[in-house]
Design a protein around this ligand. Structure first.
Ligand code: 0X9
Ligand code: ZN
Length: 307
């Protein structure tokens, strides 16, 4: 029952990824990198060219926030397009995958995502589904406040009823911990990190815990600018670029600042996908993903020039 141009359940997404990997074993592989609080698989799919020796890695994760359905949908659509492009020998895709190894984690928060499918009252759930202690009505940790970089700073909450609850300690959640361990396994080989969210059409870069500029602010800004230029090609859509604190609000304990500040990945971004709410008609999935691929085309071209 999986449909690329529709929103899909967690189970059908996982099944689709495994089928894709089974159909193209040289090109992509899936790996279960951990399990969620309720015991669901956290799955990564890796894509690379057949030369298989690029060694330069890109990590793309989605669905830290359960209700942001366009995040996994756009990621999966991109994966499918990249596999198709490579097998059909599209020259840009071949070049890209021969040069970079892409690791996609489309659903980092499977429990929360499942919960948003369970009833119309739970469609707008954000956090994971951790029961902090028995008997409380307040459930869940905001995964994007749980990362181990300035974890207890501003922008997260110590109140477990808050939508921004940061958890008991940094990496208290198996979802963030498994992901960080996976990243650390390839320490020093990542080139870029992308965290997909919605909504607002923003390309955000560090810092998120403070309004000071990061040492690489200008590199991040100019690559983001190119990304936005690429994104606008197809349908004239505009994405704003800036540091997290330029454009949004302080958010300590987020993945992109951990990726840059702790894992020392040179380029790390949070992308807020379209529109003006968490609900986006399914007709927008394909265009959103195609725009992103143009964004990546410009982004990587720019990176090549400036390296
Ligand atoms: O608050 C968040 O975690 C993100 N916005 S969302 O509406 N998708 O929840 C923004 C995070 C900004 N990026 C970082 N602070 N890293
Ligand atoms: Zn989000």
């Amino acid at each position: 029952d999986f449909r690329l141009e529709s929103y899909n359940t967690y189970d059908s997404i996982m099944e689709y990824l495994d089928e894709l990997a089974a159909a193209h074993p040289q090109l992509c592989q899936t790996e279960v990198i951990g399990s969620s609080y309720e015991g669901r698989d956290i799955k990564v799919i890796k894509l690379h060219g057949l030369t298989g020796k690029s060694g330069v890695r890109v990590f793309i994760e989605g669905t830290q926030h359960a209700r942001e359905w366009i995040s996994p949908a756009a990621i999966i659509y991109m994966i499918q397009q990249m596999v198709k492009g490579y097998t059909e020998k599209d020259s840009w895709t071949v070049q890209l995958l021969d040069k970079y190894e892409f690791h996609f984690l489309p659903v980092m928060n499977p429990d929360g995502y499942e919960y948003t499918y369970s009833s119309s009252q739970t469609r707008f759930w954000r956090k994971n589904r951790k029961v902090i202690y028995n008997g409380t009505r307040c459930i869940g940790v905001d995964l994007n406040r749980n990362w181990g970089f300035h974890w207890s700073g501003l922008g997260g909450s110590k109140w477990l009823c808050s939508e921004l609850y940061r958890g008991k300690s940094e990496f208290s959640e198996s979802e963030t911990r498994s992901t960080a361990e996976y990243i650390n396994r390839y320490n020093g080989t990542w080139h870029s990190y992308f965290s997909f969210h919605s909504y607002g059409q923003l390309i955000l870069f560090p810092w998120s815990h403070s309004d000071i500029d990061s040492p690489d602010y200008h590199y991040h800004a100019s690559a983001a600018h190119e990304f936005a230029e690429g994104l606008s090609q197809l349908n004239n859509i505009t994405y704003q670029t800036g540091s997290v604190t330029d454009l949004l609000y302080i958010a300590s304990g987020s993945s992109e600042s951990w990726a840059y500040g702790s894992a020392r990945i040179p380029y790390a971004y949070t992308i807020e996908l379209p529109s003006t709410s968490f609900v986006l008609p399914r007709e927008r999935i394909a265009p959103t993903a195609m725009e992103l691929l143009d964004g990546f085309r410009y982004y990587f071209k720019h990176i090549e020039k400036s390296r």
